[in-house]
Design a protein around this ligand. Structure first.
Ligand SMILES: [Ca+2]
Ligand SMILES: [Ca+2]
Length: 406
């Protein structure tokens, strides 16, 4: 394998003192950071510097990168960030607890900018399309999400403590938590639940409505309660999402340097027919010149953030060669854990707008390819922000119209 040939003789830098400090200060609910990631057989796992001395003699190893949510930096015109819910154990599949009274359904400016009523006249999405939210997890009992979760029925109806569908994960009814290595991608941060609502909050008269309000969300957690995760868990999360039949992988996270192991996992997913959407990042940087990962890997659909005036969000990264499309990411209203709702800003919020639109496209035309998605998404985008992107600002009605007539 190419990875192994590349590995021999490669020197690991065991990067920065900062990461070592991070490892030393792991707090409650945060696991210690292991600075090396190794590929041992088919398994990818994080290891200590000490273990690397022996394991990396005969296996491919690289620096374990740290990734964080692409929640926007704060600006004077942004609302204060919502406090994260306290970390706790994942609710088990016995059912939801009591939820607060739900507000009536309301939609922010992004639904009108994206011409959603025209798009919804063509399709509200199909329950056979699964979008994996690879993030901090999802509140899968949220009243606006619980009917749109990709439930693993073999596990739900199977015997407890047994891997009923034989996929290597015991009890993965509502996805998997790779950060804590336990069943169900429950959200102890808030970020993943917000992204999930942008994609598929239900059309039910309460809360908010997602871009594709009838598709299914697969919760895949690899970011911890503190919003950060590493290469080893990201790779396992991507492979898991593909194995569960997700057609679209929505990735509102980034950071770190280039990782051959992560790139490999992404290309493996794409070769499987999956569409990988990623946030361009929030450093106000031209990523044509300084790449941002995973957005900058080949064949990834990278998303920048725009605002209610159709301008680039001040925090958003950009790149006329590296960013495919912009979508509204400033001040987006969506779901939040424990039956709540929040306004949040970031390329994190723009990314699920695009993932949701592609989910609609895949609902209208089963088996649509990544190349066809890109062609129609780009051709239908509005001629704005083209100095910052390949295609401009997404228009969902135009996109779905093109897909439906292809
Ligand atoms: Ca299983
Ligand atoms: Ca709703």
């Amino acid at each position: 394998m190419e990875l192994f040939t590349r590995s021999h003789g490669r020197r690991l830098s065991f990067i920065s003192i900062g990461f070592l400090a991070l490892a030393a200060c792991a707090k409650n609910g945060e696991k210690p950071f292991l600075p090396v990631v190794a590929k041992v057989g088919a398994e990818v796992r994080a290891i200590s510097t000490e273990d690397a001395k022996t394991i990396c003699k005969s296996n491919y190893c690289e620096d374990n990168q740290v990734y964080v949510t692409q929640f926007g930096r704060r600006h004077h015109d942004d609302p204060a960030p919502a406090p994260a819910p306290p970390p706790g154990p994942a609710p088990q599949p016995t059912g939801p607890g009591p939820v607060p009274n739900q507000p009536p359904e309301q939609m922010d400016y992004s639904r009108s900018i994206l011409n959603m009523s025209q798009a919804w006249a063509i399709s509200e999405g199909s329950p056979s399309v699964i979008v994996a939210v690879i993030d901090s997890g999802v509140d899968y009992f949220h009243p606006d999400l619980r009917n749109n979760i990709a439930v693993n029925t073999a596990e739900l109806n199977g015997r407890p403590g047994v891997d009923n569908d034989g996929n290597g994960y015991v009890g993965d009814v509502y996805g998997w938590d790779f950060y804590n290595n336990r069943p169900n991608g429950y959200d102890d941060n808030g970020h993943g639940t917000h992204c999930a609502g942008v994609i598929a909050a239900e059309k039910n008269g309460i809360g908010v409505r997602g871009i594709a309000p009838r598709v299914k969300i697969l919760p895949v957690k690899f970011l911890g309660a503190n919003g950060s995760g590493d290469t080893a868990d990201a790779v396992r999360a991507i492979d898991y999402a593909v194995s569960r039949g997700a057609k679209i992988l929505s990735n509102s996270w980034g950071g770190g340097g280039s990782s051959p192991l992560l790139d490999d996992a992404i290309q493996r997913a794409i070769n499987h027919g999956v569409i990988f959407v990623a946030a361009a990042g929030n450093e106000s940087t031209d990523i044509d010149g300084s790449p941002s990962y995973p957005a900058s890997y080949a064949n990834v659909i990278a998303v920048g953030s725009s605002d209610s005036m159709d301008a680039k969000s001040s925090f958003s990264n950009f790149g006329s060669r590296s960013v495919e499309v912009f979508a509204p990411g400033s001040s987006i209203y969506s779901t939040y854990p424990n039956g709540q709702y929040r306004v949040m800003s970031g390329t994190s919020m723009a990314t699920p707008q695009v993932s949701g639109a592609i989910a609609l496209a895949a609902s209208v035309r089963t088996g649509i390819t990544r190349a066809e998605v890109l062609e129609d998404l780009c051709a239908s985008s509005v001629n704005r922000l083209t100095e910052y992107s390949k295609c401009g600002r997404m228009d969902v009605a135009g996109f779905i119209r093109r897909v439906s007539t292809r």
